[in-house]
Design a protein around this ligand. Structure first.
Ligand SMILES: C[S@@+](CC[C@H](N)C(=O)[O-])C[C@H]1O[C@@H](n2cnc3c(N)ncnc32)[C@H](O)[C@@H]1O
Length: 230
């Protein structure tokens, strides 16, 4: 079940949404992160103007049910086809097929950038966010953590830029934004699919033990930051 072509373009949206079926590892990671992020989005979006940059199939935009306006932007037609279906009962949603750098969106109260940093030039994405934000705007940032084993393996063998240093993104935001909160969990490492059932209890145990120390040395699969424009 492949959802990307060899240029890392997203070609099969349904397969992307079903990636949890690919392996115990994918399923474990998704079940940790998706509810966490959707709760955050639901809590921050009521009555607000929301922009989801690199929205994919709109899984996270669905968390913004009570938003005043949603801009869901992605470059991939197949991903947006499914996004349109998911957001069909969201009259406030505007779905835009463009690069985030061409969309020229108005200012937003909540800007969501989940899993897109590793596909674009992060400095340009930051500039776009800067332009779209005003005092008090909140920004959700999620990207792969270089200190996680699995991302290191992926970076070396698959996509050179898959893992981004936490310090790098933080630095981009430092001058004009305040870090409100951060999170990091899902201490998975690469294990062949057939043996992942053996690794699952270990991953869970490591998550439990390491959680208090994640702030100092983040080892989880993704980094989550919530920033506010100063
Ligand atoms: C890993 S997926 C994340 C999708 C969604 N945010 C999620 O977490 O489920 C990355 C998405 O970024 C989109 N993307 C990559 N480069 C983009 C660009 N320059 N402008 C807009 N979308 C882009 C891809 O088409 C894909 O849907």
């Amino acid at each position: 079940m492949f959802y990307q072509n060899k240029n890392f373009e997203y070609t099969d949206a349904r397969a992307y949404d079903r990636r949890g079926e690919l392996s115990i590892l994918e399923n474990y990671v998704l079940k940790l992160w998706q509810p966490f992020l959707k709760n955050k989005i639901a809590g921050l979006s009521g009555g607000k103007v929301v922009a989801d940059l690199g929205c994919g199939t709109g899984e996270y935009a669905q968390g913004a049910k009570n938003a005043k306006k949603i801009y869901a932007v992605d470059i991939s037609a197949p991903m947006l086809k499914l996004c349109r279906e998911k957001l069909k009962d969201f009259p406030q949603a505007e779905i835009i097929q463009l690069s985030v750098f061409e969309a020229n969106l108005p200012q937003a109260d909540l800007i969501i950038t989940i899993g897109v940093w590793e596909y674009v030039n992060p400095k340009l994405l930051f500039k776009t966010i800067e332009k779209m934000s005003q005092k008090g705007s909140k920004i959700i940032v999620v990207f792969p953590n270089i200190y996680n084993d699995l991302n290191l393996v992926r970076s070396v063998f698959k996509m050179k830029r898959v893992a981004l240093r936490p310090g790098f993104i933080k630095k981009l935001f430092k001058a004009d934004f305040r870090l409100i909160e951060s999170a990091n969990f899902g201490m998975v490492s690469w294990v062949p699919k057939k043996l992942q059932f053996l690794a699952l209890p270990v991953w869970k145990f490591c998550d439990f033990i390491w959680r208090p120390f994640q702030k100092f040395l983040p080892l989880g699969i993704n980094i989550y930051y919530l920033f506010e424009r100063k």
